[in-house]
Design a protein around this ligand. Structure first.
Ligand code: SAH
Length: 207
């Protein structure tokens, strides 16, 4: 699967390739559909949520250019798979905080990450549109659900020069990469993508 993503030009760097090769996706996929773990497709994980498709995880990891030692905030832990891949890129000196609003989903993600031996990922139950101020500022924020606009608390919790990657708008959403430069955000549209909607204080109100 990773070889295919490499041939398609989606996996571009050694860091993302290594992290994806080392992450056993089947741990993060529900038992009944585990045989589909290495297909490049999103899969249902219960509670109406999905584990992201591997190509989307690769696109997002490549776009963020995570470096060893970085502190990253993810909004939408889902299965924990995306966090697991990022945790391998940032390494033992780095840390991934992942906020998930559905308690059962968050508990399952924690179990999956434990089974995968991920000690540098912490899943927190809560409304991710408010970010996670306790551990701010973050080098990078990655949002894995689609938002109507970039939530203000998230902008505040990025360090100067840090970046945020977030799907904006209803399906298909635009994947926006923004870099915090003083009072401004320098934004770049990386193209269309499909994500479940973000709900919560700064999320969609009319689902
Ligand atoms: N990154 C995940 C896929 C996430 S699916 C993976 O690799 O498996 C999107 C997740 O965002 C869902 O679990 C959904 O419950 C969560 N979500 C939606 N709105 C949220 C919010 N306001 N705060 C935290 N999580 C949210």
């Amino acid at each position: 699967m990773v070889q295919l993503l490499k041939m398609e030009g989606i996996v571009r760097t050694g860091a993302v390739e290594k992290a994806m090769l080392e992450t056993p996706r089947h741990i993060y996929v529900p038992e009944g559909i585990r045989h589909l773990s290495y297909e490049d497709a999103p899969l249902p994980i219960g509670e109406g949520q999905t584990i992201s498709a591997p190509h989307m995880v690769a696109i997002m990891c490549e776009a963020l250019q995570l470096k060893p030692g970085e502190k990253v905030l993810e909004i939408g832990a889902g299965s924990g798979y995306h966090a697991a891949v990022m945790s391998r890129i940032v390494g033992g000196k780095g840390m991934i905080f992942s906020v998930e609003r559905i308690e059962a989903v968050a508990k399952n993600a924690t179990l999956n990450l434990e089974a995968d031996g991920r000690v540098n990922v912490k899943v927190v139950i809560g409304d991710g549109t408010m970010g996670l101020p306790e551990f701010a500022p973050y080098d990078a924020i990655t949002v894995t659900c689609a938002a109507p606009e970039i939530p203000k608390p998230l902008i505040e919790q990025i360090r100067e020069g840090g970046r945020i990657l977030i799907p904006i708008g209803r399906m298909p959403s635009d994947l926006i990469l923004a870099i915090k430069n003083g009072p401004k955000l320098e934004k770049k549209n990386l193209g269309g993508c499909m994500f479940v909607p973000m709900v919560g204080e700064y999320g969609f109100k009319d689902l």
